[in-house]
Design a protein around this ligand. Structure first.
Ligand code: ZN
Length: 336
């Protein structure tokens, strides 16, 4: 059976299942359980941009390097400084080339006793080579957008959760490791004896879905951010998200439209992409949506031309895109 190959932050897509900054109030009067109006904090894209710069300044966050280790410590410290209960999930996984990778998922918990929870996630590792580039093809990339941007937006969300009025729900932020260590474009992936293909991407989410940080952990829904800082980014309604979490997709895209961001959040479906949300949906059974830049209408680049190349550096990061995504995420979670 032919399966569609899709290129993400990775490749080998296979899915078997297939600035405004003023404060606004969200009226919860219609909700039986909460009568108070909660003020949605202002997302600050300057701050999110700064958090991306700080990650990039560590150097490429490739597993088993000092840059990776140091950035991991920075992320843990940062989340603790923003009042979260932080869990470090250290584990090792073998990569496609036999290398044993020492990985760390980082989980920040807010309002731990709330039963209704929302899970926000991004991957914090970066691609070990620029296999879609002609220049520096075997050198690691900055990963400003692919990795850095999602984390940058969520660090700003964490900062807001600390300094502002809290939402009604519990919030968990997970920075997954080992998302982007899939095989080099030159490597042919041999199917296993059982006919399945080993997924060498998304190692952190695969591990977490099998070993949640808390027993029986679940969430009402999840939102994954990947490549959310590129200039003129377009976020389509991705196939895996539509299959597993169509209501959440509609909620997020409607929120974006109400905020005036329908130019970023395009009201059009696209095919599925292999990304961390697949394992959260399939294995952890939490409906999770992927907000990920891609363009199904582009003839040459499904992902941007920076994808898995040396161009993925700070020069392609646009604060307006960060603002659109960050504000949409904040309004979504504060409306629960
Ligand atoms: Zn990638």
């Amino acid at each position: 059976m032919m399966q569609r190959i899709i290129f993400l932050t990775l490749i080998i897509g296979w899915i078997s299942f297939g600035c405004e900054s003023s404060k606004k109030s969200v009226d919860h009067a219609g909700s039986r359980n909460s009568k108070k109006a909660i003020t949605v904090p202002s997302f600050n894209s300057d701050s999110a941009y700064h958090f991306i710069q700080e990650q990039v300044d560590f150097g490429p966050r490739v597993p088993n390097t000092y840059s990776h280790k140091n950035c991991g410590e920075y992320l843990v410290d940062k989340l603790k400084s923003y009042g979260a209960e932080v869990t470090e999930q250290n584990f090792s996984e073998q990569a496609y080339n036999g290398t044993v990778l020492h990985l760390k998922n980082i989980i920040a918990t807010y309002n731990p006793n709330a039963r209704k929870r929302i899970l926000l996630a991004a991957h914090w590792d970066t691609r070990p080579f620029a296999d879609k580039d002609f220049k520096g093809r075997y050198e690691p990339i900055d990963g400003a957008n692919d990795g850095g941007s999602g984390v940058g937006v969520l660090l700003e969300v964490a900062r807001m959760l600390d300094k502002s009025e809290k939402p009604n729900t519990g919030i968990d932020i997970i920075f997954f490791d080992g998302e982007d260590y899939g095989e080099h474009e030159d490597v042919v992936n041999t199917p296993l004896k059982n006919g399945l293909v080993q997924i060498w991407w998304c190692l952190g989410s695969q591990y977490w879905a099998d070993h949640p940080h808390k027993p029986k952990y679940s969430a009402y829904y999840g939102i994954l951010l990947d490549m959310v800082g590129g200039t003129n980014a377009r976020f389509y309604k991705e196939g895996g998200s539509m299959q597993f979490a169509p209501k959440v997709v509609r909620k997020i895209w409607n929120t974006a439209r109400s905020l005036g961001y329908s130019n970023y959040f395009v009201n059009t479906n696209s095919s599925g992409i292999m990304d961390d949300h697949i394992f959260v949906n399939r294995d952890a059974k939490i409906p999770m949506v992927d907000i990920v830049e891609h363009d199904p209408e582009s003839a040459s680049y499904y992902f941007g031309d920076y994808h898995h190349t040396q161009k993925d550096n700070m020069s392609i990061i646009d604060k307006q895109t960060l603002q659109a995504v960050g504000e949409t995420v904040l309004y979504t979670i504060y409306n629960e």
